[in-house]
Design a binder for this molecule. Structure first.
Ligand code: DC
Length: 228
């Protein structure tokens, strides 16, 4: 059976996960957050006190870290060596480490294999940095989601504040810019818009509008589902 795959790529804080989650719920698709998989790998490296510069140790860690995905009430859970780390991976420290270790080929190979397995077995909306360009080049619908850096920083600050973490807008913006630069300039599968992806700047759109646009793009690409 041929499943319908929607690939969403874009820089940090563009709202990919919020949008992909909402669109998946509307379409009855499975949402696959690939950043969470890389984050689990980074958490493992942090716990083992491995330096992000030590490629050999990171490669070794790839064979020691067993990362699996399970779904509980439709929500993706990340299991690292038997432990549910879905909450633990959401810190800025883990985010930064993730961007550093995801430059390495062994890390990417491990994650891409898992991601392709998931997409081969269900209708999925998958978000990340290289989904349309590398992981699912044959995805029926591809979207490159972005927004102004300042807007993205403000959104991330709101998210952090809601969790009780206070930080400055400038610090978050600097962090986002550094992460984007690294993600866009790495050797393997850098973040870039796939040639056949639709570019969507969400700076002045609300989440509902973005979700509608994505569903419209998927329909144009042949998705025929009755959406409430
Ligand atoms: O989307 P996120 O913030 O959870 O991603 C964290 C980091 O993971 C991001 O800076 C780069 C890396 N990543 C990647 O290299 N490829 C992906 N498909 C997803 C994330």
């Amino acid at each position: 059976m041929q499943y319908f795959n929607i690939a969403i790529d874009g820089p940090a804080g563009a709202g990919k996960s919020t949008i992909a989650k909402a669109a998946a719920a509307k379409l009855g698709f499975i949402y696959v957050d690939t950043g969470a998989m890389y984050r689990a790998m980074a958490l493992y490296a942090l716990e083992k006190k491995i330096s992000p510069e030590d490629e050999a140790e990171i490669e070794k860690a790839c064979s020691q870290a067993d990362i699996t995905i399970v779904y509980q009430d439709g929500k993706q859970q990340i299991i690292l060596n038997g432990q549910n780390v879905s909450e633990q991976i959401r810190t800025e420290e883990v985010g930064n480490m993730t961007s550093k270790i995801s430059v390495y080929l062994p890390v990417r190979k491990k994650m891409v294999e898992l991601q392709r397995q998931l997409a081969g077995n269900a209708n999925v909306i998958m978000d990340g940095r290289d989904i349309g360009t590398c992981v699912l080049p044959n995805a029926q619908a591809k979207i490159y989601l972005t927004a102004d850096t300042r807007v993205r920083a403000a959104r991330r600050m709101k998210e952090l504040e809601e969790k009780g973490n206070l930080c400055s807008l400038e610090a978050i913006e600097a962090d986002i810019m550094e992460r984007d630069y690294r993600d866009m300039h790495r050797e393997h599968s850098p973040l870039k818009q796939a040639e056949d992806a639709v570019y969507l700047d969400t700076s002045h759109m609300n989440p509902e509008q973005v979700v509608e646009q994505i569903i419209a793009i998927a329909r144009k690409q042949g998705l025929c589902l009755a959406v409430p």
